[in-house]
Design a protein around this ligand. Structure first.
Ligand code: NAD
Ligand code: APR
Length: 234
């Protein structure tokens, strides 16, 4: 078993204090996603959307990576094969824990995107609708985040990684949003073993070869310890 692809969702950052979406008290129980996570919502009220993401940026700055992020970074350092994290999260906690191969399929809070010319730059602490794009100077600034109805990033590269991996692990995602929710089938059909590590069984739990339930800060470090113990056995 050489190459591992790990899909993460909001649950891996929950114990760092960042909200999930569909749990009790989740973001979509407090905000209307049509207002803050769709292109139509942004066109209607860009200031509201920027405020929503500025608040999440602040929350992210005030949070720290947890033991699950640290364990995945350790696995990347010590595992004899490839370890790739494909995250649905827009926070930077994987990177701050030391993971280097991290693909953000839903974009990243840390980046801004120009809706006019496509230029990307560091978002800084706050963004506002009238901020001019550094490249074309037009006030078409938006968060570099993939909204409902938009195509997630890096899908060709992700499909290639899924069909080439030996082990696919899903951590902290409800399995309710596609295309990420379909990754387990893709990897399994290509011959990978599949494992779900989640607080509770997700919507697509039955698609996995194995499931372990519990908080990510407990189940992920335990799984990494086990994997590295096996790898030492050669
Ligand atoms: P979606 O979940 O509505 O659907 C994605 C695609 O999968 C659609 O083509 C849909 O028809 C298809 N699909 C949905 N349910 C399916 C099922 N049961 N079986 C097979 N196919 C199914 O997501 P979306 O509206 O296309 O949004 C695109 C991406 O943007 C999603 O991955 C979403 O998670 C992401 N997003 C990110 C944020 C953020 O804050 N980062 C916010 C909202 C959405
Ligand atoms: N440890 C492990 N799993 C947890 C923890 C925890 N401490 N806390 C919550 N979870 C699990 C929940 O059981 C749930 O299955 O994390 C999952 C969170 O699910 P969602 O809130 O739906 O978040 P996510 O799956 O990342 O959403 C997918 O939907 O709105 C879009 O783009 C957004 O990326 C997001 C996508």
């Amino acid at each position: 078993m050489r190459n591992i692809v790990i899909l993460t969702g909001a649950g891996v950052s929950a114990e760092s204090g960042l909200g999930t979406f569909r749990d009790v008290g989740g973001l979509w129980t407090r905000f209307d996603l049509n207002d803050v996570a769709t292109p139509e919502g942004f066109a209607r009220d860009p200031a509201l959307v920027h405020d929503f993401y500025n608040a999440r940026r602040k929350n992210c700055r005030e949070s720290a990576p947890n033991a699950a992020h640290a364990a995945l970074a350790r696995l990347e350092r010590e595992w004899p094969g490839e370890v790739l994290v494909v995250t649905q999260n827009i926070d930077d906690l994987h990177e701050r824990a030391g993971s280097r191969a991290v693909w953000h399929m839903h974009g990243a809070l840390a980046r801004a995107l120009c809706g006019a010319c496509g230029h990307r730059w560091d978002a800084g602490e706050e963004m506002a609708p009238q901020d001019p794009c550094p490249a074309c100077r037009q006030p078409a600034t938006r968060p570099d985040v993939v909204w409902f109805g938009e195509v997630p990033y890096l899908m060709d590269e992700i499909f290639e990684a899924l069909t080439a991996c030996d082990l696919f692990v899903s951590v902290g995602t409800s399995g309710e949003v596609y295309p990420a929710a379909g990754f387990v089938q893709l990897a399994g059909e290509a011959g990978a073993r599949t494992l779900e590590l989640n607080l509770e069984a997700s919507a697509n739990a039955r698609a996995f070869d194995e499931q372990r339930e519990g908080p990510a800060t407990r189940v992920v470090p335990a799984w990494v310890e086990e994997m590295l113990g096996v790898s030492e056995l050669g």
